[in-house]
Design a protein around this ligand. Structure first.
Ligand code: PLP
Length: 487
């Protein structure tokens, strides 16, 4: 077991909330439900105990925007547990952490090197900050049709061409579990005075498991956005921003205050405190079990035939430097079904909700909350889906990543004069908004990118298959906003 600097049994926030309850404080502050008494239906639904601690900041409970007592201590414990210099509790989702990293590193007009298969929150941050992306095309697995990691040689080339870039942004891992060679990227970036920012939304568990890829902070990354709510066990929307010694923590706090709420939820904050303790004390045992069941599930899915649950065999030393084996990513196209079709069938007919399905792949997240029984149900349901629905794969779209043609920065395009045109007639125009399937939330088009016939075809196909296509002003995606003119 890892040793820590601080006593990880402590839960300062949980203790402070317990004390608040014992003090039987009479609330004349917000929230107006007043410990649940003013909203019986909500109290019945969520439980009185829960609403009794849905409170706002006050001296004994500290303040997220200016932490000096229990939140400060809870953040120090989290930093220690994750091996970081500082940890910031985030209640606006990992989106806020990703945005803070980019807003910290890049001012308007400054460059950031990044793969294009980033989550929309990263490109949203470019709209907010005005930073200019220098895209490195990720590797692509032709068979699976998915984007991989970035190779070190491609990053070096981008740095040679853009020596003035301020930072490199890396997914650790991608949604599918793929990692780039982060240590080498850090060494390269630091030798050129560039920061390394890691989107570790899907890698919270990396800090706690022996058989898992290295965490970004342990590789020397300067900042990491970590979704505790994804695989760390905390409540949805709660997250962490970790920083190393190279980062000015006071300035990070100011940057976070640009977008983060001034009314942080103590339900979310306490869930971070409790989950951090659980991971620090029991994380290695938890993730040993999680990796065991994920490896078992992978082997069983591969016995079904036709479905391919991929794993470490993808590692190639470059665009797949490491693989997160807790992710059960399954290639479905060989049974003639898009991942999103299997995703819908599993939910509608077998009562199983997986994380996402794209055009060729399905992703099941295995975590601290899974039982052997649930895993068996997933495996047997996948086997049934294959038996009942398998069909000829002819005519299926075979890739999920299309290299962008960037014409304008995201900010310039987003804020330029735009007009609405039918999506099917937009070939050759410059997109003024986002288009993405959610999940996974990786833009098919970002503002400033040229629309092509292939992209229009992809959007149509994704909608036909049942993907939720989002991002456009027109919620039906029949129309798209393009740069130039005005409605
Ligand atoms: C890679 C990645 N980064 C960032 C985010 C944003 O996280 P959140 O939904 O907590 O804001 C997500 C969400 O799915 C994600 O997949």
């Amino acid at each position: 077991m890892r040793t820590y600097r601080l006593p990880q049994e402590e839960t300062p926030l949980l203790d402070a909330l317990g004390q608040y309850r014992r003090n039987r404080i009479v609330p004349f502050d917000v929230p107006g439900h007043k410990q649940g008494r003013g909203n019986a239906e909500l109290a019945h639904f969520l439980g009185r105990e829960c609403l009794a601690v849905d409170v706002n900041s006050m001296k004994p409970l500290d303040n997220l925007g200016h932490p000096t007592s229990v939140i400060k201590r809870a953040q120090q414990l989290a930093a220690d547990a994750f091996g970081a210099e500082h940890a910031f509790f985030i209640v606006n989702g990992t989106t806020a952490a990703v945005q803070a990293m980019i807003l910290y590193a890049c001012k308007s007009g400054e460059k950031i090197i990044m793969p294009r298969n980033v989550h929309t929150s990263a490109i949203n941050a470019l709209v907010l900050s005005g930073a200019t992306p220098v895209y490195v095309n990720p590797g692509v697995d032709r068979r699976l049709g998915i984007a991989l990691g970035m190779s070190v040689s491609d990053i070096r080339r981008a740095m040679d061409e853009h020596p003035d870039a301020k930072a490199v942004f890396v997914n650790n891992p991608t949604y599918y579990g793929i990692c780039s060679d982060l240590k080498a990227i850090v060494a390269l970036a630091h030798s050129r005075n560039m920061l390394v920012l890691a989107d570790e939304a899907h890698g919270t568990h990396f800090s706690f498991g022996g058989a898992l890829p290295d965490s970004a902070i342990s590789c020397g990354a300067d900042m990491a956005a970590v979704s505790m709510h994804k695989t760390g066990g905390s409540l949805t929307q709660s997250s962490l921003l970790l920083t190393s010694g190279s980062i000015n923590a006071g300035y990070v706090r100011q940057i976070l205050s640009l977008t983060q709420t001034t009314s942080a939820s103590y339900l979310l904050l306490s869930s971070l405190d409790i989950s951090r303790r659980n991971l620090a004390l029991h994380g290695s045992a938890i993730f040993e079990r999680v990796t065991d069941i994920a490896e078992y599930a992978r082997a069983e899915v591969n016995k079904i035939g036709g479905l391919y649950a991929y794993g470490r065999e993808l590692i190639n030393g470059a665009t797949v430097f490491d693989f997160d084996i807790t992710k059960l990513s399954v290639f479905t196209r060989d049974i003639g079904l898009a991942g999103i079709e299997v995703y819908d069938i599993l939910r509608d007919e077998y009562g199983i909700q997986t994380e996402f399905g794209d055009l060729g792949n399905l992703l099941a997240i295995i975590s601290v909350g899974d039982s052997d029984q649930n895993i068996e149900r997933l495996i047997s349901s996948l086997s049934e889906v294959k038996r009942r629905y398998m069909r000829d794969r002819a005519g299926m779209f075979d890739h999920d990543y299309i290299s962008p043609i960037v014409e304008l920065t995201p900010k310039k395009a987003f804020y330029s004069d735009k007009r609405s045109v039918p999506t099917k007639a937009s070939d050759g125009m410059i997109c003024g908004e986002f288009v993405m399937c959610y999940p996974p939330g990786i833009p098919i088009l970002a503002p400033g990118e040229r629309i092509t016939a292939e992209i229009i075809d992809y959007i149509r196909y994704a909608k036909d298959k049942g993907c939720l296509v989002t991002g456009t002003e027109d919620i039906t995606t029949q129309h798209i906003k393009v740069v130039g003119g005005n409605d």
